[in-house]
Design a binder for this molecule. Structure first.
Ligand code: HPA
Length: 278
C-alpha cells in the first residue's frame, strides 16, 4: 500500500496484518524507551514482530532502539509493547513518530504506559532515578494532528487539560510505594533533538517549569489522547542536563543507565500492568 493512502486505511491494513500474527487482543500497551528494550523479555508467550515487517509501519534506525512490536502476556495480562520508537530526529514526520501508538489504539489498547530516557533539568533529580511524568511541554515544533483532521481518528481540537490519566498515575504511585521504589513526579519538556541542549537552553527549560528533558513522548501523548487512549508515563533520568553535567552527555551512557535501572523498572512495569489490566 502506498504511503499516500490515508492514515485510517494504513492503520486498518496494519491491524489486520498484526491480528493475523497473534491471537492476543491486548487492552494495555507499553512503549519501551532508550535502553529499556530488554524489559520485553519478561513478556510470556510472546510474538515478536520487527517494525519493518508490519505493513505501513515507519522503521527506526537508532542503536538501542530495537524497533519491534511484542505481543504477549505480562502478569497474566495481554499486552502490546513497542520495543523502541521512531523519533523526529531521524527525519521522520510527526505522523511517522506516532504510527506505533496509533496502531496500538487501533489494535484495542485503551491504557498506555510510555517510558523514556530523560536528562534532569531539575537539579534535585539524579541519574538512575525514575520519575512519573505529570505534565509536559511540547517544544518539538511539531504536532501529529497538524493537517486535515480525520474525524474517524479523533476530534479536531482534543482537550489537553489532563493529558496524563489521574487513575493510571495513582496506580503507578501505589505500585512504586509497594515496591519501595521512589517515584517523584515532574514536568517533561519534549524537544526535537538530536543535539543535546545548551546550558542556556536548560536554564530556559527550568524557567518554563520543566523538570526533565527528552526527545520523545510528547507527540505520542498527543496522538494517544486524540485516539481516546488513557496515558501514563515514566521517565528514567539517565544524565544531568547540560549546565548541571560535569562531563559531555554521551548516548552510550544514556543507554547504560537505562539498563542499570531495569531491576527497578521491570517489577514496577509488571505491577502496573497487573493493575491497569483489571
Ligand atoms: N537531553 C535530551 N534528551 C535526553 C537527555 C538529555 O539530556 N538524556 C536522555 N535523553
Amino acid at each position: 500500500m502506498s504511503r499516500r493512502a490515508d492514515l485510517h486505511t494504513r492503520l486498518d491494513y496494519a491491524r489486520a496484518w498484526v491480528r493475523g500474527r497473534t491471537e492476543h487482543r491486548p487492552v494495555v500497551g507499553v512503549v519501551l524507551g532508550s535502553g529499556m528494550g530488554a524489559l520485553a523479555e519478561r513478556i510470556e508467550s510472546r510474538v515478536v514482530i520487527p517494525f519493518e515487517e508490519i505493513p505501513e509501519f515507519p522503521a527506526t534506525s537508532v542503536p538501542g532502539h530495537d524497533g519491534k512490536l511484542v505481543v504477549g502476556l505480562l502478569s497474566g495480562v495481554p499486552v502490546a509493547v513497542l520495543q523502541g520508537r521512531v523519533h523526529l530526529y531521524e527525519g521522520a514526520s510527526s505522523s511517522d513518530v506516532t504510527f506505533g501508538v496509533r496502531l496500538l489504539g487501533w489494535f484495542g489498547v485503551r491504557s498506555l504506559l510510555l517510558t523514556c530516557a530523560a536528562g534532569a533539568v531539575n537539579p534535585a533529580l539524579a541519574p538512575g532515578q525514575l520519575v512519573r511524568i505529570a505534565d509536559h511541554l511540547n517544544l518539538t515544533g511539531a504536532n501529529p494532528l497538524s493537517g486535515p483532521n480525520d474525524d474517524r481518528l479523533g476530534v479536531r481540537f482534543p482537550d489537553m487539560g489532563a493529558p496524563y490519566d489521574a487513575r493510571l498515575g495513582e496506580l503507578l504511585d501505589a505500585c512504586a510505594a509497594r515496591l519501595g521504589t521512589a517515584l517523584p513526579s515532574g514536568v517533561y519538556a519534549g524537544l526535537a533533538g538530536p543535539s543535546y541542549e545548551t546550558p542556556a537552553e536548560v536554564r530556559m527549560l527550568r524557567i518554563l517549569g520543566a523538570d526533565l528533558v527528552g526527545m520523545s513522548t510528547v507527540l505520542e501523548v498527543i496522538a494517544a489522547r486524540h485516539a481516546g487512549i488513557r496515558v501514563a508515563a515514566l521517565a528514567l533520568v539517565t544524565n544531568l542536563a547540560a549546565g548541571h553535567a560535569v562531563a559531555p552527555i554521551a548516548h552510550d551512557e544514556v543507554l547504560e543507565v537505562g539498563s542499570g535501572a531495569r531491576e527497578r523498572l521491570g517489577p514496577l512495569l509488571a505491577a502496573w500492568v497487573a493493575e491497569a489490566g483489571r
